[in-house]
Design a protein around this ligand. Structure first.
Ligand code: MHO
Length: 216
């Protein structure tokens, strides 16, 4: 099964820290235009962080998207509207702080602009820390598509479409289904969207049939 939306001519990446990364994985993963999501640790200096040994890193989400379908500004609005960045989030050191890792000058400028827009709307200041993106350490497999994994049989069926665990984790369908189980999208919407993923006919039919047969 192909992982990526082959129609995407160019792809862009966005990286955010906004509290426990399980929720943002379902939020962004459910959006048409998002090609893949991965949760991990970023923004710190300690080497090889893990969930149990996070050091000075922050739980973060790395989003790969198609800018023809979704803009970085859309993602920025969702970022600020889905966590409270007005308060001090240092209650567990840096694990759950509001963090924006910009990838280039343009992203930095857009982020400053949308931050000001959101502050205006809220009438409060946002405390989000800005940093240039440096390195992103993926979290353990069991954190990837965390809510989907609660549905063991369905997860197994989808995993079998892919050559290995990494391909499953990085797939668009796993991202969408992880959103579906948290009611952020519907199977109907996912089935319609599949037609635009540029999958070879045979794979698309297989995926559609698999979705139809899944029991939750
Ligand atoms: N206290 C949260 C943390 C999970 S998140 C990956 C929980 O156990 O629900 O930090």
């Amino acid at each position: 099964m192909t992982n990526l939306n082959e129609h995407a001519q160019t792809i862009e990446k966005a990286t955010f820290g906004m509290g426990c990364f399980w929720g943002p994985d379902t939020l962004f993963g459910s959006l048409p235009g998002v090609i893949q999501t991965e949760v991990g640790f970023a923004g710190g200096t300690s080497k090889a962080p893990t969930y149990r040994n996070i050091g000075d890193h922050t739980e973060s989400i790395d989003i790969t998207f198609d800018p023809a379908l979704l803009s970085y500004e859309d993602l920025l609005r969702l970022f600020w509207q889905n966590h409270d960045a007005t308060k001090d989030r240092f209650y567990k050191e840096r694990q759950y702080i509001s963090l924006l890792l910009y990838r280039n000058h343009t992203q930095n400028e857009q982020a400053e602009k949308i931050k000001a827009e959101q502050e205006q709307l809220l009438g409060k200041e946002l405390q989000t820390e800005f940093q240039p993106y440096n390195i992103f350490y993926p979290a353990e497999d069991y954190h990837q598509k965390y809510f989907l994994r609660r549905f063991k049989q369905a997860t197994k069926t989808i995993q079998q479409l892919f050559p290995d665990e990494a391909a499953f984790i990085h797939s668009t369908i796993a991202a969408r289904l992880n959103g579906f189980v948290r009611e952020r999208t519907t199977l109907k919407e996912i089935k319609e969207e599949i037609h635009h993923w540029g999958l070879p006919e045979e794979q698309r039919v297989l995926l559609e049939q698999t979705l139809t047969d899944l029991r939750w």
